[in-house]
Design a protein around this ligand. Structure first.
Ligand code: PEP
Length: 249
């Protein structure tokens, strides 16, 4: 049985007030038993969030990390620094990083490996653009992104990652993949993993991301291969994010 995971990616948003609001709401929250909830704020908020969330079930994630542990990399943050400040998860390969900052599969892999090396759980984001979907290339693109990483990992490392399927055309657009569209791709990712190892495929946690909100979450999360959600915009509203977490039970 895979434990549902809901992760809220604040991107370059948030405030001290939002951290406080999450801390208050989730301290008294009656979340479904056995779900993991992760908040992923910008770096400067991590330490404040760690303190504000100490009486809540919320865990912490980071939005990226540098592959190096320390040194002359001005502006960057390493996995060991994140770990020291209570971070448990880190996004790698988010489409905004791939598109705006030109992160290649190779760079995504280096970051993912650094996450594993420092004991963080990487959430590997994959997904096709609208152009790629319209050209009928969705599965090729997604499996290339997944395959690049999986082929380079040792069997025990493959068990330590979470994969988020995020169709690029659905991120921040208000245009959600239908549950059937999401399920089709995510079943394909799981079937691909079965080629490495059937028990890996069974255990692998798959999240859907792309305009998930309080109204569409339950239907998406009811799909057999969707184990949770990576939520952007709706994670900036405490009540909406709380409602999404409720749908995951
Ligand atoms: C995201 O940032 O990963 C995301 C899915 O954003 P949104 O929910 O706003 O589409």
């Amino acid at each position: 049985m895979r434990t549902p995971l809901i992760a809220g990616n604040w991107k370059m948003n948030g405030s001290a007030a939002l951290i406080e609001s999450f801390g208050k709401t989730f301290a008294s929250a009656a979340l479904p038993a056995n779900i993991d909830v992760v908040v992923i704020p910008p770096f400067p908020y991590l330490d404040a969030a760690r303190h504000a969330f100490s009486n809540t079930p919320l865990q912490l994630g980071a939005q990226t990390l540098n592959p190096h542990h320390s040194g002359a990399h001005t502006g960057e943050v390493s996995g060991s620094m994140l770990k020291e400040f209570g971070v448990a998860y880190v996004l790698v390969g988010h489409s905004e990083r791939r598109q705006l900052y030109r992160e290649s599969d190779e760079q995504v892999f280096d970051r993912l490996l650094a996450a594993l090396d420092t004991g963080l759980t990487p959430i590997l984001c994959v997904g096709e653009t609208l152009e790629e979907r319209d050209a009928g290339r969705t599965m090729d693109v997604v499996l290339r992104q997944v395959g690049y990483i999986m082929a380079r990992l040792a069997p025990e490392q493959r068990l330590q990652i979470v994969i988020a399927y995020e169709p690029v055309w659905a991120i921040g657009t208000g245009r959600t993949a239908t549950p059937e569209q999401a399920q089709e791709v995510m079943a394909g990712i799981r079937a691909y993993q079965a080629g490495f190892d059937a028990s890996l495929a069974e255990q692998l946690k798959l999240l859907y991301g792309g305009s998930m909100n309080a109204s569409n979450a339950a239907e998406l999360l009811a799909q057999p291969d969707i184990d949770g959600g990576l939520v952007g915009g709706a994670s900036l509203k405490t009540d909406d994010f709380y409602a999404i977490c409720q749908s995951a039970g």
